[in-house]
Write a protein that binds this ligand. Structure first.
Ligand code: ADP
Ligand code: ADP
Length: 220
């Protein structure tokens, strides 16, 4: 589903991804592990079409990302949900409003938005929090809102960039369990980036170790 071959990425003259080749299959939970600065986020952003790569090939569902035009890229990105370390919620909007945003941007009608948001907030265990604001929620609850938002457009792929790094160990486990449940129930491929080996052990089926832009280990 995600096929990366001899991918290189430079920022100026600095090589931040060096000859990366990975194949990620549909339905897998795949981890990319490494210290800060290893190139993990850059790799995720390449997969999401947010970052151009210097050379090599990156295909998602057999389509080369760098050959997509602007309109195709926008459509392509609908198929990928993303969650982040600091949740990226809008503080002055309620849980319900935060989750509706992607569907509103794509012009869905109110009744299908309503149905989808209810379904997803129930899935993540926040059916009691529709009208709460982010500041009234715990870290784990905020990440649950972000997960619901990432799933609204029914993506095939969920990218997680250090999604549990701001959470305590118990909350981390509960979020990882939720991600596993989503992977199984919705058959969504999950690619997660983390610097914590413990997260990898709890959730990943395959893991890739990245250092200074190089693959230095692979565990399946
Ligand atoms: P990680 O996610 O593993 O912490 P990143 O992908 O964020 O690593 O960064 C990899 C390297 O690329 C680092 O050396 C970082 O300083 C550099 N880098 C990241 N983004 C940019 C940018 N926009 N411009 C220049 N250098 C960058
Ligand atoms: P906290 O940061 O308060 O520990 P959690 O992420 O553990 O937050 O839980 C947030 C909410 O989700 C709680 O209301 C909890 O009851 C509910 N919850 C916890 N685990 C699950 C789960 N596996 N599936 C659905 N809901 C859950």
């Amino acid at each position: 589903m995600i096929n990366i071959k001899n991918l290189n990425k430079y920022y100026g003259k600095t090589k931040v991804l060096d000859d990366i080749s990975i194949d990620i299959k549909k339905g897998e939970i795949f981890a990319i592990v490494g210290h800060s600065g290893a190139g993990k986020s850059t790799l995720l952003r390449c997969i999401n079409g947010l970052e151009e790569y210097s050379d090599g090939s990156l295909k998602v569902n057999n389509r080369e990302i760098k050959s997509l035009n602007k309109k195709e890229l926008k459509e392509f990105r609908k198929n990928i949900g993303m969650i982040f370390q600091h949740f990226s919620l809008i503080q002055r909007k309620t849980v319900y409003e935060n989750v509706t945003l992607p569907m509103q941007l794509w012009g869905y009608d109110k009744s299908s938005i309503d149905k989808k948001v209810k379904e997803l907030l129930t899935l993540v265990g926040l059916e009691q929090k529709f009208n709460s604001y982010p500041k009234e929620l715990s870290g784990g609850q905020k990440q649950r809102v972000a997960i619901a938002r990432a799933l609204t457009l029914e993506p095939d792929i969920l990218l997680s960039d250090e999604a549990t790094s701001a959470l305590d160990p118990n909350t981390t486990t509960s979020i990882l369990n939720l991600l596993k449940q989503i992977n199984e129930k919705l058959n969504i491929t999950i690619v997660l980036v983390t610097h914590e080996m413990d997260v990898v052990k709890q959730i990943a089926q395959k893991a890739l170790l990245l250092e200074h832009g190089n693959i230095i280990g692979f565990d399946d």
